[in-house]
Write a protein that binds this ligand. Structure first.
Ligand code: PGA
Length: 255
């Protein structure tokens, strides 16, 4: 049984006032729910991580970083290591979010190094994959996400790979208000789980959580989560409003 995992990716939003207020409001709202049924994380900008970890302390909300660099320390100006993210009290980090891939230009090889570094540094990576609109329209969705998954997991034995949460985020659905239909998402999720069974084995594939992301809102969360292979949600815009994020969590656990 895979426990639902709902994560809020704040992207380059919030500040020193609104971030702690948001996480406190979510924490307060979560006291109404049975938290043994769900994992919840927020993923704020780097500079606020320590503050958000402190603000989330009384709640069951985990905190993650939006990225890491793969070296542990040294002359890498502007970069942040897994060690540092762990040191400020985070558990998770995103690797290969589509905005890192397509705005910043990160490639599969770099993302794979980050996944290794995250796990070796004691973090739980959320590896994001997903096709562009033109790739979907050209019938290349499977080919693209298969490549991203194979490269993302390259060199990881099952015991380490088990730390990964996979997130399927079709790029055309991110921030556009255009969600993949639950059936479209389920089709890709089932394909990803089959691929992971081939790369590792069936029990690995049965255990790994695969989140869907891309314009998740309170009114589509339940329908998405009802699909067999959708085990969680990676929420961008709607995670910036406590009420919306809470409604999504509620819909996900069916309370
Ligand atoms: P969105 O972002 O929910 O605003 O579409 C999702 C994401 O990029 O993780």
């Amino acid at each position: 049984m895979r426990k639902p995992f709902i994560a809020g990716n704040w992207k380059m939003n919030t500040d020193g006032h609104s971030g702690p207020a948001l996480v406190k409001a979510v924490g307060q709202g979560l006291t109404q729910f049975d938290m043994s049924k769900v994992n919840v994380a927020v993923i704020p900008p780097f500079v606020y991580l320590a503050q958000i970890v402190a603000a989330a302390r009384a709640s069951r909300i985990a905190v993650g970083a939006q990225d890491i660099y793969y070296e542990q320390k040294g002359a890498f100006t502007g970069e942040i290591s897994a060690y540092m993210i762990k040191d400020v009290g985070c558990n998770y980090c995103l690797c290969g979010h589509s905005e890192r891939r397509h705005v910043i230009g990160e490639q599969d090889e770099l993302i794979n190094k980050k996944v290794h570094a995250a796990i070796n540094g004691g973090l739980l990576p959320i590896l994001c994959v997903g096709e562009l609109l033109e790739e979907r329209e050209a019938g290349k969705t499977e080919e693209v996400v298969e490549r991203q998954v194979k490269k993302g997991f390259e060199g990881l034995i099952a015991a380490k790979a088990a730390a990964v949460t996979l997130a399927y985020e079709p790029v055309w659905a991110i921030g556009t208000g255009r969600t993949a239909t639950p059936a479209q998402a389920q089709e890709v999720h089932a394909m990803l789980r089959k691929l992971l069974a081939e790369l590792y084995d069936k029990s690995f594939a049965d255990d790994i959580r695969i989140q869907y992301g891309g314009s998740v809102k309170p009114d589509n969360a339940a329908e998405l989560m009802q699909k067999e292979d959708i085990d969680g949600l990676l929420v961008g815009g709607a995670s910036l409003k406590a009420d919306d994020f809470l409604a999504i969590i509620k819909a996900s656990i069916g309370d």
